[in-house]
Design a binder for this molecule. Structure first.
Ligand SMILES: Nc1ncnc2c1ncn2[C@@H]1O[C@H](COP(=O)(O)OP(=O)(O)OP(=O)(O)O)[C@@H](O)[C@H]1O
Ligand SMILES: [Mg+2]
Length: 241
C-alpha cells in the first residue's frame, strides 16, 4: 500500500527527517509515536503531498507520489474545516471532489458521532473537539483507501475518545481501509494498531518497530488484560530510553 524509502526532509538548515523507511500494508493500522517536535507531522505532510521531501521516495502501491496530493485521505493536526461550509457540507467535501456523494450515509455517521443537532451549524458555532470529530469523519468517508490521521483524537475527553476508537475500527473493517496515524497516547497506539513505529528526537529516525501482539479484532475487554499491561510497560520503557 504505502512504502517510504530513505526519506529526508530539511527546512533551511534544519534537518527534521533522516533516512526514514516505513511501510503500511493493505488493511493494516500503523501508529507513529515520538517526542513532540520530532517530525511526525512533517512526515505525514510529505505523504499527503503538502510538503515535498528533500530526498527519498514515497510510493502508493507502485506509483511514486512525491509532492503529489490526492492519493491519500489526510487529516491534519489542526482541523481545516472550511468556515463558509456547514458541518454536513464539510464532511461531504472530500466526496464532492471525487465525484461520488453519499449524503444519507454522511448524515447517519454525523448522528452516530453525536453531532446530529449540528448538521447545519458552521465551524465557528461548534467546539474544538466537535471540529476534530468532523474533520476525522471527513477523512473516514473520503474515497481513498489509505487514511493518514495526525493526532485525530487529541482534543477529546476519555469517553468520546474511546467511542471514536470503536467507530474507527468499525469503519476500518467495513470499508477495508489502511490507516497510518500519529498519537502521543501509548494506550491508543496499542489498542488500535497492528504495528507501531517509534521515532527518535529530531532529526527523526525510526528508533523501533513493534509488532503489536494482539489479535486483529479488538474489543474494549483487551484494555483490562494482563497482556495489555505488559505490552504497555514494555513500550513505555522503550520510549523512556
Ligand atoms: N513548514 C515548516 N517550515 C519550517 N520548519 C518547520 C515547518 N514545519 C515544521 N517545521 C519544524 O520541523 C520540526 C518538526 O515539526 P513537526 O510539526 O513535524 O513535529 P511533531 O513531531 O509533529 O510535533 P508534535 O508532536 O508537537 O505535533 C519542528 O522543529 C518544526 O519547527
Ligand atoms: Mg505534530
Amino acid at each position: 500500500m504505502l512504502t517510504i524509502q530513505a526519506l529526508h526532509k530539511q527546512f533551511q538548515q534544519q534537518e527534521v527527517l533522516q533516512d526514514i523507511d516505513l511501510h503500511v500494508q493493505d488493511g493494516e493500522i500503523v501508529a507513529l509515536l515520538g517526542p513532540s517536535g520530532s517530525g511526525k507531522s512533517t512526515l505525514l505532510q510529505c505523504v499527503g503531498g503538502i510538503l515535498p521531501p528533500s530526498s527519498g521516495q514515497i510510493f502508493i502501491d507502485d506509483t511514486l507520489i512525491n509532492g503529489e496530493s490526492g492519493h491519500i485521505s489526510y487529516m491534519p493536526q489542526h482541523h481545516c474545516l472550511l468556515p463558509w461550509r456547514t458541518v454536513l457540507q464539510n464532511v461531504l467535501l472530500a466526496q464532492e471532489l471525487s465525484g461520488t456523494v453519499n449524503k444519507d450515509e454522511a448524515i447517519e455517521w454525523i448522528e452516530r458521532i453525536g453531532l446530529g443537532d449540528y448538521l447545519h451549524a458552521y465551524p465557528h458555532e461548534i467546539s474544538g473537539g466537535m471540529k476534530q470529530r468532523i474533520s476525522f469523519l471527513r477523512a473516514l468517508l473520503s474515497p481513498q483507501s489509505l487514511l493518514c490521521l495526525d493526532e485525530p483524537f487529541s482534543a477529546l475527553d476519555e469517553i468520546t475518545r474511546h467511542k471514536m476508537h470503536i467507530w474507527l475500527l468499525e469503519m476500518w473493517k467495513k470499508r477495508q481501509k489502511s490507516i497510518l496515524f500519529i498519537t502521543h497516547q501509548i494506550d491508543e497506539a496499542l489498542f488500535l494498531a497492528n504495528r507501531i513505529y517509534v521515532l527518535s528526537e529530531r532529526p527523526a529516525t525510526i528508533k523501533a518497530e513493534i509488532q503489536v501482539p494482539f489479535p486483529k479484532e479488538r474489543t474494549k475487554e483487551l484494555l483490562e488484560t494482563e497482556e495489555f499491561f505488559q505490552a504497555r510497560t514494555k513500550l513505555l520503557n522503550l520510549l523512556m530510553e
